[in-house]
Design a protein around this ligand. Structure first.
Ligand code: NQM
Length: 359
């Protein structure tokens, strides 16, 4: 049986890696498309040995891209998480890391005309309907991947891609505070359920017997903790309008503790079963938002000196977010969240799957 060649670009976006594909290069039927993506990545298999996935949720990601019919949008981006060990492809969540590669990809594929210097690319995130503007370095009218910007969790440096999130509150849950309050009690524990681009349940690490500075490997080895967090996640997920989240990758579970390296807060995030080596982009935006929200579980713990430079600490360093917010009538209003990522094109060509998937 022969193979089908699918034009793809393998890119690192922030602290994640994935395939970037033009929507029309994939089957239009979502079930068939998902079978093709599972085969491309090599799932289900812990090593993804028969595909190009990296054996971890952070390296088993796909960006499906298309031009937009809307005048105010340059490119439409559907994020798909390909499970590593299960035959599952999910569109329930956004991914701000993979988003970092969308602007460069769109320019290189002719969806946006490069300007001299910096090219803004307006991206519609189809998973949630949110909009982001990526500012891509284009000296001499071409995408430049090289630069001096360092992001924690990625070796070396690269050109910066700044991301401005314009409309992301309530991305999956319909409201910034889906339960209607800044703090809830779930299974006897105080939590904050928040969705500013990514649904996250924050709880104090000390409430579950942790310091909050454990390594991802230590936390992943703690079965008692994982079982407890999963039961809170299911309760909280239902309360956040997400229904039965047993098989969903949202909400994420974030253990928070006092900052240890001069940042705003220290975090360890379950995404939701593996522990993130750093923190997701929109996950960090949601955590930073909780840190400026009166009454959240971070109250009395978060150290916010400048909302324009909020360093969210994570296992491999910190992630800095600039937030513009105001309070009126006791309500938090978010005007903008901005941050810097880097991205790099790693490989461009074709990835092959069996012709039988198209039968
Ligand atoms: O929160 C991992 C990642 C992510 C998602 C995850 C992300 C985000 O680091 O916007 O980037 O939480 O599943 O790629």
């Amino acid at each position: 049986m022969s193979q089908v060649a699918i034009p793809t670009t393998l890119m690192r976006g922030g602290t994640s890696r994935g395939l970037y594909v033009l929507a029309t290069d994939l089957p239009s039927d979502p079930a068939q498309r998902d079978r093709v993506l599972l085969a491309l990545m090599g799932s289900p298999d812990l090593r993804q040995i028969d595909g190009v996935g990296g054996g971890h949720p952070l390296t088993s990601k796909v960006a499906v891209l298309s031009p937009s019919a809307r005048d105010d949008i340059d490119v439409e981006y559907l994020f798909l998480q390909v499970a590593v060990d299960q035959p599952v492809v999910s569109d329930v969540q956004n991914c701000g890391n993979i988003l970092a590669g969308v602007g460069p990809w769109a320019i290189e594929h002719g969806l946006v005309t490069a300007q001299q210097g910096i090219t803004p690319v307006t991206i519609l995130m189809l998973n949630s309907g949110g909009v982001a503007v990526a500012n891509v370095q284009t000296p001499e009218g071409r995408v430049c991947y090289q630069g001096d910007t360092v992001i924690d969790g990625v070796p070396g440096s690269a050109a910066p891609v700044t991301l401005d999130f314009l409309e992301v509150a309530g991305s999956a849950c319909g409201a910034l505070l889906p339960t209607g309050q800044a703090r809830d009690t779930v299974n006897g524990l105080q939590v904050t359920c928040i969705d500013n681009g990514m649904p996250v349940v924050l709880l104090r690490a000390t409430d579950v017997g942790m310091s909050g500075s454990e390594s991802p490997a230590e936390l992943e080895a703690n079965d008692t903790l994982k079982t407890r967090l999963e039961s809170i996640r299911r309760e909280a997920g239902a309360a956040m309008n997400l229904g039965d989240v047993t098989d969903k990758t949202i909400p994420k579970m974030c253990l928070v503790s006092a900052p240890v390296a001069g940042g705003v807060i220290n975090t360890r995030t379950f995404i939701p079963h593996r522990v993130h080596e750093s923190i997701g982009v929109l996950g960090a935006v949601s955590v930073a938002t909780a840190c400026v929200l009166p009454g959240s579980v971070t109250d009395g713990m978060a150290v916010v000196t400048d909302p324009q430079a909020m360093a969210v600490e994570h296992p491999s360093g910190a992630f800095t977010i600039a937030m513009q917010t105001t309070m009126s009538h006791g309500q938090l209003h978010i005007h903008q969240s901005a941050l810097v990522r880097t991205a790099r094109k790693l490989f461009s060509g074709a990835t092959y799957v069996s012709q039988s998937l198209y039968a």
